[in-house]
Design a binder for this molecule. Structure first.
Ligand SMILES: O=C(O)c1cc(=O)[nH]c(=O)n1[C@@H]1O[C@H](COP(=O)(O)O)[C@@H](O)[C@H]1O
Length: 303
């Protein structure tokens, strides 16, 4: 998956990942009313809204970016119908040739982590195998240690899937735990060392592991030093745009060849039409496309 991702980034000449994290308020009024007319005030209606919105965004940006990331809570909050929108969005994005990152941030003891690993491995019922989720990679929380990650590894090899493990998160409070000093170094550096070590078990063909790290764009200095410490770990970088980071903040996250990370923006792209009065609600996909092109340009002179 990491080699496929790198190839897609090269093809698009763009390391931007579009975060498909729609909120109810982001859905243009016209789409909301259309679905409520058809399905009433139900979670089914919301599911249809989310899917309709996502499909238009995918159409609008699909040729410009290598991947999309879906934050699963945005869908799970609507129960079964929300999950339906999640799964159907993945089908639509796959049709467009996009790599799918399921932002599920799971972490559990080995026996139940094995069930979470179905996100990558599917399930087998009486000898018949089913792919349920169809993500190419998922995000995990590694703070439970290796036995919480290990159940996912066979699928990295067998089905060419990938993982992105939280190392240094973008949120303001992340440092309360991640920056604590243990044995003279911050906790997130210990995590980085472990993630690199585990990554050696599932190396891709181009120098990077199928186990990547989530490194927030909002902590530029730490991100830069992690790049030096983790030469074989691809970074998924959130925090661009709505959380305040820009291309300048993440200059040091790329390797010498200008590779080594993908940069996510969710609200900054999919809700771009709400920020710029020149777009009407019906132009939301066009606004998202414009936002991707602006972000691409900003990331281009990363040096
Ligand atoms: O794992 C993530 O993707 C993630 C890690 C992190 O440290 N910070 C972070 O913002 N994210 C996710 O990245 C996305 C950021 O959304 P925007 O701030 O709207 O661009 C959301 O889906 C977050 O859940």
């Amino acid at each position: 998956m990491i080699d496929r991702l790198m190839q897609k980034i090269d093809q698009c000449r763009n390391p931007t990942v579009v975060g498909l994290d729609p909120t109810y308020e982001m859905i243009p009024y016209g789409i909301r009313m259309e679905m409520i007319e058809k399905y009433g005030k139900t979670t089914r209606a919301v599911s249809k809204m989310l899917l309709c919105f996502n499909k238009a965004i995918i159409e609008g940006v699909g040729d410009l970016v290598p991947a999309v990331k879906l934050q699963i809570a945005m869908y799970e909050q609507y129960g079964l119908e929300g999950i339906r929108a999640y799964l159907e969005t993945i089908v639509a994005a796959k049709k467009k040739g996009l790599i799918i990152i399921g932002d599920i941030k799971r972490g559990d003891i080995a026996s139940t982590a094995a069930a979470y690993a179905s996100h990558l491995g599917g399930v087998t019922i009486e000898g018949t195998h089913f792919d349920i989720w169809n993500e190419d990679a998922v995000t995990l929380n590694p703070y439970l240690g290796f036995d919480s990650i290990e159940p996912f590894l066979p699928y990295c090899t067998e089905f060419d899937k990938g993982l992105f493990l939280l190392v240094k998160t973008s949120n303001p409070s992340g440092g309360e735990i991640q920056d604590l000093i243990a044995d003279g170094v911050p906790v997130y550096e210990h995590t980085a060392r472990l993630v690199s070590q585990w990554g050696r078990l599932v190396m891709g063909d181009n120098g990077y592991s199928k186990i990547g790290a989530v490194v927030g764009a909002t902590y530029g200095e730490q991100g830069k030093s992690l790049r030096e410490k983790m030469p074989h770990t691809f970074f998924l970088v959130p925090g661009y745009g709505a959380q305040g980071a820009s291309g300048n903040d993440i200059r040091g996250y790329f390797d010498r060849d200008g590779r080594g990370c993908i940069v996510n923006s969710s609200r900054g792209i999919i809700a771009a039409y709400q920020k710029d009065k020149k777009y009407g609600a019906h132009n939301f996909a066009e606004a998202a496309r414009e936002a991707v092109l602006t972000m691409k340009k900003d990331l281009e002179d990363k040096g």
